[in-house]
Every structure is written in C-alpha cells, then in structure tokens.
Design a protein around this ligand. Structure first.
Ligand code: HEC
Ligand code: HEC
Length: 260
C-alpha cells in the first residue's frame, strides 16, 4: 500500500506546480499588457501595485499551499494504512474506552437495523457479528470463491474445492474459530489455505483476510467495500472518518469476544 502515499505526495506537488505555472503565466500576462515606453496609451499608475498583487496571488499563495501540504497537512503524517481507514496507531484524542462508546452509538444508528442492537442479527438481515464467520458463509466462499475486496486482495479467493464433504469439514474448522474438526484442520493445510490466510488464519497482506477473528482491518474492509454473500448484501459505508471506522472496528471486535 506504500504506493498510495507516494501518489498523494506526487499529486500535491503536481497541483502546486500547476498553481505556480498559472501564477507565472498571470505575471507574464501583466507584463505584456504593460504598455511599452513611447506607446500612445498612458501607463496605468497602479501598474506596480498590480504586479505586486500578481506576485502575491500567483507565487506566494501556491508556494504557501505547497509548504503546508508537504509539512503540516494531515496527509504529511498519515500512514498509508490510516488513509484507508485502517489505522493501527491509537487515536491521539480519544481513549479506546471512549472509542468503544462512540462505536456503540454509531452501530445503533447505522448497523443495528440489519445486525440487531447486540450484533447477533436476530432478524437474519445481516451477518451474526458475535462470530467471525458462519458455517454457511465459509462453505460458500470455499466452494465458489469471492471477490469483494479486489483493491486490497487483488487475487481474490479462487474456488478452492468442489468436493462438498471435504469443503464442509474445512468450513466447520474455520467457522468454529479454528478449534473443532481435526480432519478440517488437516485439510486446511493440505489444500494450502495457509498460503493466503496464514497457518493460524489471521491473514496475510495482499493475499487474504483474517478469517479467524475480527480485526480493525477486516471491519474497515467490509465498511469500505460492502459485502455480498450467502446472507445477502451489505451496503458500502464510505463516509465514516478514520476515527469512526476505528470505533466501529473496536465495537465489532468486542461483540465477538462475548458470544451469546
Ligand atoms: C490465493 C489466495 C487464497 C487461498 C489459497 C485461499 N483463500 Fe480464502 N480468501 C482469499 C481472499 C483474497 C479472500 C477475500 C475474498 C474477497 O475479496 O471477498 C478470502 C476469503 C475467504 C473466506 C471468507 C472470509 C469472509 O470474510 O467472508 C473464507 C472462509 C476463506 N477464504 C477460507 C479459505 C479456506 C478454508 C481456504 C483453503 C481451502 C482458502 N480460503 C484458500 C484468498 C485465498
Ligand atoms: C442493509 C443491511 C446492513 C447494514 C445496514 C449493515 N450491514 Fe453489515 N452485513 C450485512 C449483510 C447481509 C452481511 C453479510 C454478507 C454476507 O452474506 O457475507 C454483513 C456483513 C458484515 C460484516 C462481515 C461479517 C462476515 O461474515 O465477514 C461486518 C463486519 C459488518 N457487516 C459490519 C457492519 C457495520 C459495522 C455496519 C454499520 C456501519 C453494518 N454492517 C451495516 C448487512 C448490513
């Protein structure tokens, strides 16, 4: 994700360069319009003031913007991850306890309608969030593959196995939080699931998400991309700030720590 921050800086520099060029053109235009000596049109008395104004508007202001962007703007200090709303650094302003409270009220407003006030989706309109993944969801992904998060995992999840019996055993192992079904555990290794999800299921960068438990990244991914699956369609939520995303992530992580 490194390249995203480079792109942002490059865009900032290009924008400032564009502004500087426009400023220079503006000054050139002023100079050209200044009547030559000996011309019949009398020189405007305010010519020098206008040139100063042009210098200020055309050069100093863009230069100031450039300096600000490079040194002081939030982009100068944001990590690429934070720009994706999956900041791993603790919030500077609020404690985790405050964020949890914030997550709880955001959840009540935006998420409870489908996931239920306690996240256990009593109406079945959303996934049961007291649990990382249901057996049915895991089974569907393992047999058919999935491509909800193309930007983060470009390769997606390919269809892994057609045999329903073996697929069910792996699905059971994964959806039990990697605890039950020894044969599923064996298959998890044999079928090379670890290549993308890691030996413990906690995911690998660019290759596969954490399928063992909720973490900030996974919740941020679902918020940003939405999700299509066996339960239905989860809409995208792109308007949350980094802090709100983190608050919701912490809250969802908390839901699955106290299964009902
Ligand atoms: C080539 C890499 C790759 C391999 C191999 C792979 N997966 Fe995945 N898996 C992914 C990606 C990427 C996703 C996220 C898919 C998406 O974008 O929707 C995923 C998603 C999943 C999900 C659903 C997660 C969710 O939140 O819905 C489960 C369950 C899963 N994989 C289990 C497995 C199992 C079990 C195996 C082995 C049989 C396996 N995967 C092999 C890359 C892989
Ligand atoms: C319109 C209904 C709806 C709303 C509103 C909604 N969701 Fe969902 N959500 C779903 C559905 C349906 C799924 C399961 C998709 C699937 O079948 O895999 C889901 C899945 C999820 C998952 C992934 C669970 C998994 O199995 O990997 C998370 C995390 C999640 N939602 C969080 C949220 C949060 C946080 C909000 C509020 C900001 C929210 N959702 C709002 C319907 C909704």
């Amino acid at each position: 994700m490194m390249h995203d921050s480079v792109i942002t800086s490059a865009l900032t520099v290009m924008l400032s360069a564009l502004l500087l060029t426009l400023g220079a053109l503006f000054i050139l235009y002023r100079i050209m319009r200044t009547p030559k000596p000996g011309s019949s049109i009398p020189k405007a008395p305010s010519g020098e003031h206008e040139a100063l104004l042009a210098l200020f508007v055309g050069v100093l202001v863009p230069a100031g913007i450039l300096l600000y962007a490079l040194r002081f703007s939030p982009y100068a200090t944001l990590t690429p991850d934070a720009m994706h709303g999956i900041s791993a650094a603790p919030s500077e302003n609020r404690s985790d306890a405050e964020l949890l409270q914030m997550g709880k009220s955001l959840f009540g407003v935006h998420c409870a309608v489908c996931h239920g006030p306690d996240g256990n989706a009593p109406g079945g309109k959303g996934a049961n969030l007291t649990h990382r993944i249901s057996f049915d969801s895991a089974l569907l992904n393992i047999r058919r593959g999935a491509h909800n998060f193309k930007r983060t995992f470009p390769g997606g999840m390919p269809p892994m196995i057609a045999d329903i019996d073996r697929a069910a055993q792996v699905a059971h192992y994964v959806s039990s939080g990697f605890t039950e079904n020894e044969r599923g555990e064996l298959l998890y290794r044999m079928l090379k699931c670890e290549r993308c999800h890691g030996p413990d299921g906690r995911g690998k960068q660019f290759l596969g998400p954490n399928i063992r438990e909720f973490d900030l990244q996974t919740v941020a991914l679902v918020l940003k991309n939405g999700k299509n699956g066996v339960i239905g369609k989860m809409p995208r939520f792109e308007h949350f700030t980094d802090e709100e995303g983190r608050a919701l992530g912490l809250y969802v992580m908390g839901l699955s720590e106290t299964p009902q």
